[in-house]
Design a binder for this molecule. Structure first.
Ligand code: N7H
Length: 444
């Protein structure tokens, strides 16, 4: 059983149900001793897995430069995951993630060499008033402390209908962490018992290979990483008008159907594998929306195309010929998604109103290479995923390796061409979210 007291609450819950308002503060460390003093002040307020707060939650994570500024040195830093040591904006990670053209880290608003960040502070509140109140306390604390300065503050929300900017219900397909005592409840809520060993998401615990991922160490702290996790943050701008204009032009008779084929679910969240002809409009019974598999019912992709976003990012039982082997392998490549939308909802999805909107994509995993980067590189960006050709993820993929999307069907397959990029990376970083004891140890 997991030590909830030592695990930051954000690993166990998104807080989305009762805390729809969020601010993400990106900070730079000016001076280590003063920063430690500030960390000590706030560490008592960090929300843990046992806190049952419903008004406000606070969580914290660090980049590799942040840990270095706090006194972490080699060889301890080498015990961290390689992508974390590199940083998301470095050349090698850029190539691997496909951040080219408009998504080039050189153009990012934050997380690159021009605007590096050391600390991420995540604030969640029940409403905007509470958020402003808590934010002021944090801002005041930073103002009197010379150790940290604000690089940028990002706001995020949850649309009232839980739909993201393209118009789809989000946050459905999630793994369930083993050992929380909430497995049965969570599995029942989604109808799909993808219970995954805690070590895939929380360091220091058994993972799906029955051995833990390496435990990062800190100065005098060999088990610094215990109960921590890696947090991937990407600010992904969504070009909503481009998406809907493209879809309307390519499929004038039924744009909603093509949009659903691209995602792999209808706007309501109903899976295409189960609901082939049209959106049942009201979402399927909540506990059934995740209860489907591809190999058993939709091997050829006649419902959900084999290259659709949800099939690439979680191929379920269809990765290999043997569904059991697929499901077992899949458990090594899951991520917990904790993203929220930012920016105003489009008044008219077909019109470019010149405003930026998108997804503050956040995911949690114990091994960035095997989980987040693998999903992005080997599945989403892979032009030959599932024997396809010249195609990348039709929703989020870069297009230099392909701009076609095949829709399998009977009697014939159809293809749409010249897909533009619907998503642009605007900032990002790899963070480490420590356990509570580790946080207390580094704040002194
Ligand atoms: Fe995706 N979207 O809102 O349209 N995603 N995603 N994603 N995504 C999913 O099942 C979206 C992104 C995954 O278990 C749904 O919750 C958008 C990245 C995974 O069946 C929708 C962006 C990565 C799943 C979206 C974006 C992933 C998933 C269906 C970027 C990882 C679960 C609702 C702006 C590298 C699959 C749901 C499963 C589902 C959207 C990005 C991964 C609607 C707009 C970068 C693992």
């Amino acid at each position: 059983i997991l030590d909830f007291q030592d695990i930051q609450g954000f690993i166990l819950t998104s807080y989305a149900g009762n805390m729809p308002c969020a601010n993400y503060l990106l900070l730079k460390i000016n001076e280590a001793a003063a920063c430690r003093k500030w960390l000590k002040e706030i560490s008592g307020s960090i929300t843990t897995g046992v806190d049952r707060k419903s008004d406000f939650a606070l969580n914290i994570a660090f980049t590799v430069t942040g840990l270095a500024a706090l006194g972490f040195k080699e060889p301890d830093l080498q015990t961290f995951s390689v992508p974390f040591q590199d940083g998301m904006s470095t050349k090698i990670r850029q190539q691997l993630l496909g951040d080219n053209g408009d998504s080039d880290p050189g153009k990012w608003a934050w997380g690159n060499d021009t605007n590096p960040v050391d600390i991420l502070l995540l604030l969640f509140a029940k409403d905007e008033t509470e958020l402003a109140l808590q934010r002021k306390k944090i801002d005041d604390g930073i103002a009197v402390n010379s150790g940290v300065k604000l690089v940028t503050a990002l706001a995020a929300g949850r649309q009232p209908d839980s739909k993201e900017h393209f118009g789809f219900l989000d946050g459905i397909g999630q793994p369930v962490i083993e050992g929380t005592g909430r497995e049965a409840k969570q599995a029942d809520r989604t109808g799909h018992a993808t219970v995954v060993k805690a070590g895939e998401f929380i360091l220091g615990h058994e993972n799906e290979m029955l051995m833990p991922d390496p435990l990062p160490a800190g100065p005098g702290l060999p088990d610094f990483g215990l109960n921590g996790t890696y947090l991937v943050f990407r600010q992904l701008e969504q070009h909503v008008h481009k998406f809907w204009q493209y879809v309307r032009e390519a499929a004038p008779a039924d744009p909603d159907r093509l949009a659903a084929k691209i995602v792999g679910r209808w706007k309501s969240g109903a899976p295409l594998t189960e609901y082939r002809d049209k959106d049942p409009e009201t979402a399927p019974a909540v506990n059934q929306e995740n209860n489907f598999s591809f190999a058993a019912k939709d091997l050829d992709g006649f419902g959900c195309p084999v290259g659709a976003h949800i099939r690439r990012t979680n191929p379920r039982d269809s990765l290999f010929d043997d569904p059991e082997v697929s499901l077992r392998t899949l458990k090594r490549h899951r991520i917990i998604r904790r993203g929220r939308s930012y920016g105003d909802k489009s008044a008219d999805v077909f019109v470019d109103d010149g405003k930026e909107r998108g997804l503050h994509f956040i995911c949690l995993n114990s091994n960035i290479e095997r989980q987040f980067e693998f999903v992005q590189q080997s599945w989403s960006n892979n032009p030959s995923f599932s024997a396809l050709n010249n195609e990348t993820d039709p929703l989020i993929g870069p297009r230099n390796d392909g701009n076609v999307f095949s829709i399998q069907g009977c009697p014939a397959r159809t293809r749409v061409h010249n897909l533009p990029e619907f998503v642009t990376t605007k900032g990002g970083a790899y963070f480490f979210m420590p356990g509570i004891k580790a946080l207390q140890a580094i704040s002194g």
